[in-house]
Ligand binder design. Structure first.
Ligand code: ADP
Ligand code: ASP
Ligand code: MG
Length: 489
């Protein structure tokens, strides 16, 4: 993220400083998924408002809407255009239902409903277009997927206005400037700082609260892009950084970052303080509670970060910190699981000492657009082993077989094979790697619970250890290791 340093230079040169306390709050899909949830959001914004004269509210699409939009587009590609019609009805229903319940002012309600209608007809047109073409380009998918946020911000702004707040919906296509890497676009921080200040500062000066689309951005030419699934958190990190906010608060449906995903481990507890390195590792290894890209912009620009629960706002949630005192009782902090993975192994005695095999292997994987969450090191050079998502494993195998066709023919490589479905369990905690006995305890627990460890890798930042286990062992393994977070490591 080299251009973050450009942002810091820009700040120094133009003294891009906040004029008043600034807070960015992001509300995820479930936080705005029902009328009751949206009402709750309005109460939170209302309460924060007096302390934060410059307040930005970022909103995701209503829960399930992004999936619905993307699935309908895929359906249209397959010629199932009737799906688009049922999605059209559903989109109108879910948004109208909230407007009917929460927007009492009839004129305001009519305006917001006609705005929703406009986006719903954009959806139908785009769906028909991809249906006719028989293909959906990443660019078309971004135009479609961003409609969810474009509808939710208008609804949220209307609800906040009902609460007497001067809210104004803003499409982040006018704030966040990215490259044209559709579906996973990279921001240009300097251009974003300039655009965001130009658009948002006048709103702050008028006393308005911008209600900004998460997930969505645009190229310098104004073509809509998105920041990747779950990317509304990243939108908050980006805007927090460029606005030099004091704090970014990520509001979600659990009490902050927990010791494990509460859906898999019901006894998981909130971690009140977590370092940036720990959360980075957790987010990278599957803790969906925060998009991993969110962290870097806030760290590098010194913005505070907190994760809290929309449905339990009195709970302090998790505060992210630069450093924390290491105490013996807090070594193992959390456990995560990345599911639906397979291990790819390239084996052959003829690989011994041949330079460039690994580079070619990972080149082949990269050519399929697949990223590798974990590489395990064998003690010899006779095999290379790494994980890829199940959905990409077939593509990866074909690419590797093509790349190493000659070596396979000559038996320098004996075989390239793919394992059964596996899960990567990652144990996270600062100081864990250097604390004697922690790894031993993990393996003992797994052994005692009959969980076989297929591969091991140490996280890049020495804050984590990852273990690959069979899908059928994963939940048992997760719960077993999780006891270490409760016992204090
Ligand atoms: P939002 O819609 O607010 O962005 P997400 O569904 O993306 O919310 O993320 C919140 C979910 O992340 C939680 O409901 C929880 O199931 C899941 N999750 C996974 N790991 C963790 C963890 N370690 N701590 C808290 N939540 C987690
Ligand atoms: N609505 C987008 C998604 O579902 C972005 C987000 O929720 O963060 O991926
Ligand atoms: Mg999310």
């Amino acid at each position: 993220m080299a251009n973050l340093s450009a942002l810091n230079q820009f700040k120094d040169r133009y003294a891009l400083h906040k004029r008043a306390p600034t807070l960015v709050m992001k509300f995820g899909g479930t936080s705005v998924g029902t009328a009751q949830a949206m009402h709750q959001v309005a109460l939170i914004v209302e309460e924060a408002r007096p302390q934060w004269p410059q307040l930005v509210v970022i909103v995701s699409a209503l829960a399930g809407v992004t999936n619905l939009l993307l699935e309908s587009a895929q359906g249209a590609v397959r010629g199932e255009v009737q799906d688009c019609a049922s999605t059209e009805t559903r989109l109108r229903q879910v948004h109208y239902a909230i407007a009917d319940e929460l927007v009492a002012d009839s004129q305001r309600r009519a305006v917001v409903k006609s705005e929703i209608d406009g986006f719903v007809s954009d959806f139908l047109n785009l769906c028909r277009a991809v249906g006719v073409l028989g293909e959906a380009s990443p660019r078309a998918l971004d135009a479609l997927a961003s409609l969810g946020e474009r509808m939710s911000v208008r609804l949220m702004a209307a609800v906040l206005q009902e609460h007497g707040l001067a809210a104004q919906a803003v499409d982040a296509s006018s704030l966040i400037v990215t490259d044209d890497h559709f579906q996973d676009a990279h921001p240009d921080f300097l251009a974003t700082a300039q655009q965001s200040t130009r658009v948002l500062q006048p709103l702050f000066d008028q006393g308005a609260i911008p209600v900004v689309t998460g997930f969505m951005a645009a190229t310098p030419e104004g073509v809509v892009t998105t920041l990747g699934r779950g990317g509304s958190d990243y939108s908050a990190g980006i805007l927090g950084a460029v606005l030099q906010a004091d704090d970014v608060w990520i509001w979600t449906d659990v009490d902050g970052v927990l010791t494990a995903d509460p859906r898999a481990v019901p006894e998981a507890r909130t971690i009140s303080e977590l370092t940036y390195r720990e959360i980075a590792e957790l987010a990278y290894y599957g803790a969906k509670v925060l998009h991993p890209k969110t962290i870097r912009p806030v760290i590098e620009t010194g913005v505070g970060l907190r994760i809290c629960n929309t449905f339990n706002p009195a709970h302090p949630g998790t505060r992210l910190v630069e450093k924390r005192e290491l105490s013996g009782r807090q070594i193992v902090r959390a456990v995560t699981a990345v599911r639906n993975q397979r291990l790819v192994t390239i084996e052959g005695r003829g690989m011994l000492g041949v330079p460039g095999v690994a580079a070619r292997a990972f080149g082949a994987v990269a050519s399929t657009g697949t990223s590798v969450p974990l590489i395990t090191q064998a003690s010899s050079e006779q095999s290379i082993c790494f994980a890829v998502p199940d959905s990409a494993s077939h593509r990866v195998l074909i690419a590797l077989e093509q790349t190493f066709a000659v070596e396979l023919e000559q038996r320098d490589i004996d075989r390239i094979w793919i394992s059964a479905e596996v899960v990567i369990l990652t144990v996270v905690g600062l100081g864990m790697i250097h604390t004697p006995g922690v790894a031993g305890k993990i393996f003992t627990l797994l052994g005692d619970n009959g969980v076989n460890v297929i591969a091991i890798a140490q996280g890049s930042s020495e804050v984590s250890i990852s273990l690959v286990v069979l899908e059928s062992d994963a939940d048992r393994g997760l719960r077993a290791i999780h006891t270490l977070t409760l016992a204090g490591g």
